[in-house]
Design a protein around this ligand. Sequence first.
Ligand code: FAD
Length: 380
Amino acid sequence: MNTNINYDVVIVGAGVQGAATALEAIKNNYRVLLLEQYAEPAKGTSSKSSKLIHGGLRYLESFEFGLVRECLHDQHRLLRDYSDLVSLQKFHIPIYKSTSRSRIIIRLGLTLYAFLGGLKKHNRFRKLKKSEWADLDGVKTDELLAVYQYYDAQTDDAALTRRLVEQFQQLGGDVQYNAKFSQAAMQEKLVTASYKQNDKEYTVTARMLVNAAGPWVNHVVDKCHPESQRIKVDLVQGTHIELEGSLEKGIYYLEAPQDQRAIFAMPWKGRVMFGTTEHVHEGPPEDCRPTDKEINYLLDVYNHYFTDGKVKTRDDVLEAWAGLRVLPESKNNPFKRSRETLLIPNQKEHARLISVYGGKLTSHHSMAKKLVKKIQNYID
Ligand SMILES: Cc1cc2nc3c(=O)[nH]c(=O)nc-3n(C[C@H](O)[C@H](O)[C@H](O)COP(=O)(O)OP(=O)(O)OC[C@H]3O[C@@H](n4cnc5c(N)ncnc54)[C@H](O)[C@@H]3O)c2cc1C
C-alpha cells in the first residue's frame, strides 16, 4: 500500500473496541482500514482485563441500570454466538459478619440483576446451604453468614479480540500491524491520516477516523488537526496476580477488607487469577506495571479469605500484570466512577473524528453499533 488509497473509515487501535467497530463497519459495507501499533491485536487493555463478560452487579449500587441491561444483553449474545470463547461460570458471594453490604442488599441486588437479565434461567440466584460451604475451594467459614450463588460469564479477552479481527479480515477488511498512527488532518469531507510502518510513512484518505486507541486515546486526539474536542481522563491501573492452585467451584466475588472494593478470584488456565486494584497511573500507557503495593494488597485480600494450607507470599505469585482503565478525570474514588463508554466527535457537525473513551469488554458490540450509527449520520 502506498499513498492516496481511499477508505470510508480508518480505525486506530486493534483492541476489542477497535476490532468490534471494524467488524460492524465492514458489515455495513464500509471500506475499512484498521491500524495497530503492535505486531498483533489486543496488546493493550484488551488482554489485561478480568476477562469477565458480566452485567456488572456492582454498577447497580451507582444506579447504572442502562449499563447493566446493555451488558447483560451483550452477554447473552456472546454466549450464543461465541460459545467456544465465552462460557457461563458460577459466581459466589460470601457474606461475613464484617462484610459492609448486608444480606438484604445483596439479595435485592441479585433480584434486580435477574430482572434486568430478563429472568433467564442462568440469571437466577440461590443461597447455598450451610452443608455446601465446606466445598467452596477453601473459602474461610469463620463468621460466614451466607453465600449467594449466581451466574455470569468468563472469556479469554485477547482470543475474543483476535476472533473479531479474523472475522473482519474474512469480510475483506484491511489490517496493518506495526502501523503507528502519527497524524491526521481533518477537512470538511475528508481526513488525511498518516502512519508509520517499518520506518516508512504512509498516508491514506478516508471519510472518517475512529480513535479506538484505549489508554492512548488523547495521544491520538492531540495528533489531529485542527484541534479536536477531547475530554480529560485518568488512566486507572488495575493489577491481577496469578497464583498456583485451582478453583473448582467457579468464581468468588469478594470485598477487600481494606477498602470494601470488589475483588474477584477466578479460575484461569489451571491457576487462580486474583484482582484487581485501582490506582491512577502517571506517564505513558506502555510504562504501566504492577507495583509492590498492589501485589501486597491483593495477597492480603487473598489470605483474608482463603485457607489452603499456607499463607500466600510474594514467592507464590507466578505472574502479575496490569492494564489501564480510561475514566473521566475526577477527584472521586475511581471505584465509584461510571464505566459508560463515551463517543466524542471532534465537532458537532460534519465530524471527521470520533474518539472512544472508556467502556467495557462485555459491551463492545453495543458500543460498535452506536459508533457505526454515528458514522452513518456523519458521512452518508
Ligand atoms: C484491570 C481491568 C479489568 C477489566 N475487567 C473487565 C471485565 O472483567 N469485563 C469487562 O467487560 N471489561 C473489563 N475491563 C474493561 C475492558 O478491558 C476495556 O474496556 C477494553 O479492553 C478496552 O479496549 P480498547 O480497545 O478500548 O483498548 P485497548 O485494548 O487498550 O486497545 C487500544 C489499542 O490501540 C492501539 N494503539 C494505541 N495508539 C495507537 C497508535 N498511535 N497507532 C496504532 N495503534 C495504536 C494499542 O496498541 C491497543 O492495541 C477491564 C479493564 C481493566 C483495566
